[in-house]
Write a protein that binds this ligand. Structure first.
Ligand code: WT7
Length: 691
């Protein structure tokens, strides 16, 4: 008892000391110069001073409608983006050249002779103007325990973190891998990399050790930043253990910085450094490195239709400008708003609309650590009400899940603070659209369905509700953003003109946020995005242009599936399963799922001599996928069959398997090209007996 008292008194003392570190309460307090309660009362939304964010209509008074701005942005990109880059970003050296593009080489440079520092743009300039404004509003896993980090505090934390990285020998251009919970220190770590000119590679903390190791290796990262544990939906995830297993396979890793999220005792080996300890002694001043506009800001690994995940590379100035402009104009973000995007920072949505877009705009941005249903299905709306969120940006899969629990979970919470709702990641079906708009938004909030990708850096197609007079149609992203020229192509590569037409969704313009390369493999970048439809960027999606000229997304055209809004290459799942010694062949497809959007269906062929039962093998395969990739990749269905439908040249006809998995065996189409057409009926029979 005595020792508890002593500890708690000591904690209180440290807690009150300005700028001191309180190891037991965690990193967040590292840079606090006053206590959490004081911060709360110091910064209520109503008191936030208003600093106007430069508007496009201020810069270009003759442009009022979205159509006119859009047209101008395509006709005069240098004038349009040049002016926005000057008004929205703080440059260390101003650029003379806006664009330098070489379509032949798929090499795109924006503001190539300019220099700026992303962390200065996201933190310092706002800390100068409004130091006490809340930058990060951390909604922790347990409701009611939110913490606030002001711009001044964030600046101190970023600087301390930057100095820690420098002391660890991290240099400009080095890659730093992050495997972290959604917490302020993770954001500070991203920004600290930017501060010293290092390149971060955030790996979603739900990925397995194997998946983490391959990403760390591909990036050649020598430094990993993680935490003891994560907590999500009341469950503890032992992050450090996963990192230990991953690092054992990564000889390049020199050091692992370990933050404290839960305070759990974790194994600390010779490479491990406790972050709290080093942060406390680090200086709160860290001069920003000069970053060239085209220096890499981050890598983010994403799945493709073939091969291993690719490190999509984004650069500093163009990416930041595009994230900031879209955050402002897609969501009609206004000074004093509290922007709530519930994505994990391990995905591009978290990068662009939790971290970079909002912070570049000096916003207050939510960090949401929990799940949609913890502790109950009203959690999102309880959070909206308690924190007074003005914006709520989420994934359709979460809405489809929540609407099944009924309206009461929504209606019991006050949602009057909300002004704009948004969705991303997969098609927002009509039912979910109307529920989100009518029930959550009371029919009075704008709802924006945003289409974009890891590679595009920011939102490409969305209704853009802030445009005067722009009506919104349910369930489609509708309008291209500034600088974005959607083009539909037919299979022969010809551009499809006119209305009521569909085709491969390509982009005929180059916008500042476009990814510049796949890390270490520019050829793959060209082959994936520019070779299929020369002169255009190919998204991998199909789209329909309707009678009004608005865009609907029809889904992926390649072997990528979308499970709960997460992109997954069917080849990755196949590769994981074929590691099983008793499996001879696999074919993985997606099938429609009422909540997940798509789910994974695996057809497997076993070897002739089996040592284990089929049941055991199926269970092993699920474990294998979980350990090689992540939980969301685990197949919902694994069907053992005697063979797969193949052409005479040995190509698996996935089209047929997709129809079987979707329960549509009557719509198989032409099967005459198969080497053995009877296999199809056998597979259908097995499916029918199991369903
Ligand atoms: C793929 C990109 C961009 C952040 C989240 C996913 C699908 C994305 C929509 C939408 C229909 C959508 C596409 C796209 N997608 N938004 N509004 N309507 N489909 O990023 O992991 O890079 O996945 O998600 O298929 O290609 P990502």
């Amino acid at each position: 008892f005595v020792s508890v008292q002593l500890v708690s008194r000591a904690v209180q003392q440290i807690w009150r000391t300005p700028q001191s570190i309180c190891a037991t309460r965690g990193y967040l307090h590292a840079c606090r110069s006053f206590s959490s309660n004081e911060v709360k009362s110091a910064v209520t939304p109503a008191e936030i001073t208003t600093t106007p964010i430069p508007e496009i209509t201020d810069a270009f008074p003759h442009l009022q409608t979205h159509e006119s701005i859009h047209k101008f942005s395509l006709e005069q990109p240098d004038e349009f983006w040049g002016r926005l880059a000057r008004s929205r970003l703080e440059w260390q050296k101003e650029f003379q050249v806006v664009r330098d593009h070489d379509m032949e080489k798929s090499a795109f440079r924006w503001f190539p002779d300019g220099q700026l520092n992303v962390s200065v743009n996201c933190v310092d300039r706002h800390a100068r103007q409004h130091p006490d404004r809340v930058a990060l509003l951390w909604e922790k896993d347990e409701p009611g325990q939110e913490e606030r980090v002001t711009y001044r505090e964030l600046q101190e934390l970023v600087c301390r973190m930057g100095n820690v990285l420098l002391e660890c020998g991290v240099k400009r251009g080095d890659r730093v891998a992050l495997y972290m919970p959604v917490m302020p220190l993770s954001v500070a770590a991203m920004l600290a990399c930017a501060r010293i000119g290092a390149i971060h590679s955030v790996v979603f903390a739900g990925f397995s050790a194997e998946a983490l190791a391959s990403r760390v290796q591909d990036a050649g990262a020598e430094t990993v930043i993680t935490a003891d544990e994560a907590v999500r939906g009341g469950k503890v995830i032992k992050l450090k253990q996963v990192v230990d297993a991953a690092v054992a396979k990564c000889p390049t890793v020199r050091q692992v910085l370990v933050a404290s999220r839960t305070g759990a005792q974790v194994n600390m080996g010779p490479k491990d450094i406790s972050l709290e300890q080093v942060l406390s002694s680090a200086s709160t001043e860290c001069p920003p490195a000069v970053q060239n506009a085209e220096d890499l800001l981050f890598l983010l690994y994403t799945s493709g239709s073939t091969g291993s995940p690719k490190g999509v590379a984004h650069t500093t100035a163009g990416y930041l400008l595009y994230a900031s402009v879209t955050h402002k104009h897609v969501f009609d973000y206004r000074d004093g708003d509290i922007f709530g995007c519930v994505a994990d920072i391990g995905w591009i949505t978290g990068h662009s609309y939790v971290v970079y877009g909002p912070l570049a705009n000096g916003a207050t941005t939510l960090l949401y650590e929990s799940t949609p249903t913890y502790p109950d299905p009203g959690r999102y709306w309880e959070t909206v009400s308690r924190l007074g969120l003005t914006h709520f940006y989420c994934a359709p899969t979460a809405l489809r899940l929540l609407l099944r629990y009924g309206d009461d979970w929504v209606l019991r919470h006050d949602r009057s603070s909300l002004r704009v709702l948004g969705c991303v990641g997969e098609p927002l079906n009509q039912e979910a659209w109307h529920w989100f708009h009518g029930v959550v938004g009371d029919g009075r909030c704008d709802l924006t369905d945003t289409w974009w990708q890891t590679e595009t850096g920011g939102i490409m197609i969305s209704p853009r509700p802030s445009a005067p007079g722009a009506h919104i149609n349910a369930g489609m992203p509708m309008r291209p953003m500034f600088g974005v020229l959607p083009v539909l192509c037919d299979p022969s590569g010809k551009v499809v003109e006119g209305k009521r037409v569909d085709g491969a969704l390509c982009l005929g313009s180059i916008w500042p946020g476009i990814s510049r390369t796949i890390y270490g493999d520019h050829k793959r970048f060209i082959d994936t995005y520019f070779a299929p439809f020369p002169g255009h960027y190919f998204s991998g999606d199909g789209a329909y242009r309707d009678e009004e000229g608005f865009y609907h997304i029809t889904g992926r055209m390649d072997d990528v599936i979308n499970v709960t809004g997460h992109r997954l290459g069917t080849a990755e799942v196949e590769d994981a399963m074929t590691e099983h010694p008793e499996v001879s062949e696999t074919a993985v497809v997606g099938f429609p799922h009422p909540v997940k959007g798509e789910a994974v269906f695996a057809f497997i062929v076993l070897k002739e001599e089996l040592e284990s039962s089929q049941e055991n093998i199926v269970a092993d395969l699920k474990k294998l996928v979980r350990s090689q990739i992540a939980g969301y990749a685990v197949p919902d269905e694994i069907m053992v069959c005697p063979g797969l439908p193949k052409t005479r040249s040995g190509k698996i006809l996935r089209r047929i398997l997709r129809k079987v998995a979707a329960g549509q065996p009557d719509e198989l189409g032409d099967i005459s090209t198969l080497a053995d057409p009877t296999i199809v009926q056998t597979i259908v029979n097995i499916y029918n007996t199991q369903h």
